[in-house]
Ligand binder design. Sequence first.
Ligand SMILES: Nc1nc2c(ncn2[C@@H]2O[C@H](COP(=O)(O)OP(=O)(O)OP(=O)(O)O)[C@@H](O)[C@H]2O)c(=O)[nH]1
Ligand SMILES: [Mg+2]
Ligand SMILES: [Zn+2]
Ligand SMILES: [Zn+2]
Length: 407
Amino acid sequence: MGKTILCPYCFETFDNTEVMVQCDNYATRTVDGKPQEICARETNTLFNEHWDTQVMSKHVFNPSIGWLDKIRGYKPKACQCDMCGATTSRFVCPHCNNWLPTEMIEKGSEIISVIGGPASGKSNYIVTLIHQLQKYGYKLQLGQILPQLVGRNKAEYTRNLYEKAKDSIFKEHIPVAKTATTEHPIPWIFRLESHATKKAVYLVFYDTAGESFKDPEEIRRNAKYLEKSRAVIVLLDTLSVPHIQRILERKNIVNQDHATQFSETMDALNNFATDNTQLYKRPFAFVMSKFDSVIQNQEDLEFDVSPFKHDSSFIQTGKLSLREIGESSESIKSYLERWDEGQLSFDIVNKWGDNACFFGVSALGTMTNENLQINISDDQQVKPFRVMDPLVWVLHKLGGFGIPVEE
Ligand SMILES: Nc1nc2c(ncn2[C@@H]2O[C@H](COP(=O)(O)OP(=O)(O)OP(=O)(O)O)[C@@H](O)[C@H]2O)c(=O)[nH]1
Ligand SMILES: [Mg+2]
Ligand SMILES: [Zn+2]
Ligand SMILES: [Zn+2]
């Protein structure tokens, strides 16, 4: 028995000794005056069914895995294509034939999902979270967070998707655009390692268009990855809390996109959770996105934002403050209880208990202006606020990362 691997594309699990390999020999020779690939492409039914396409793919074959590998544990290594003899180390899932990072085949992956309805702020959140972790993760002994280089084509590599989105926010001050609705979300795969314990995880985020969180067929798909997630970050759009919406509308502050009602997201989530009570045993971070709107309008909203005076204190201290996390969570919970979402926070606390925590984050640090740009002057920098807290809390809850904690 090797290690069980969870494929972030099709969510099937497989023993790592069942992994398959794909030829990556693109060399050509001239036949009748035309270049032709030496190792011809073929129809790959598993891959085409997964993406619902009809493309020709490079040859996929079984690597030779000896009985010793099976006993001692399998370490993937480059092997020769059984058609053309070229060496390749492109490992693919045996169920859907999608390319997976080599080290994931050896060590496995942990899925931490980010979910939320349309326009709740998921895409901008994921990008700024990674950006801030790359900048400050070392304070908590977290090593480089590495966007992976796998995908159907270079444009889909996490690194390329991430770099493009990061430049849009941090250089051009333009928020990441709405995610296209698709039946097949592309997973964003990052590798994160703890300096302290050397434990590595692959974080897999699905930047799904929020719409897919509503459609029953897509909920079934979503349920599939939620069920496999070690922890979940649920984004709730602050601007769609009815009480906040009413007050901010009077000040002409409205959601530029179609907001998802707070309770709708929770209903969708509760629907899968009732069929799968295991979910209540996993850490769930309930995150109010666009929290800048609360901080900038605290008086009108009568929101006591004293626990949100500064960005995450571990940036200064190098230690996670559970007190700060707890106070921030409590202030959001009591606000929801006081206004119309009492039932919602009651349900969450009732079901998840200590595995639930509330957060207030701002990916962009401020509102967007009438040109839909982040509302700062050209010489100012985009300043995300508290975006790392939910993930750091989740890693602390999961354990094994040696996150230093303030006594
Ligand atoms: N004020 C403020 N607005 C934000 C913030 N993050 C996102 N927004 C606004 O919310 C809109 C939607 O954000 P996205 O990140 O695209 O939301 P999403 O959940 O990925 O949306 P879909 O892809 O449609 O599901 C953005 O265009 C911004 O205008 C934030 O931190 N503060
Ligand atoms: Mg999106
Ligand atoms: Zn797969
Ligand atoms: Zn080949």
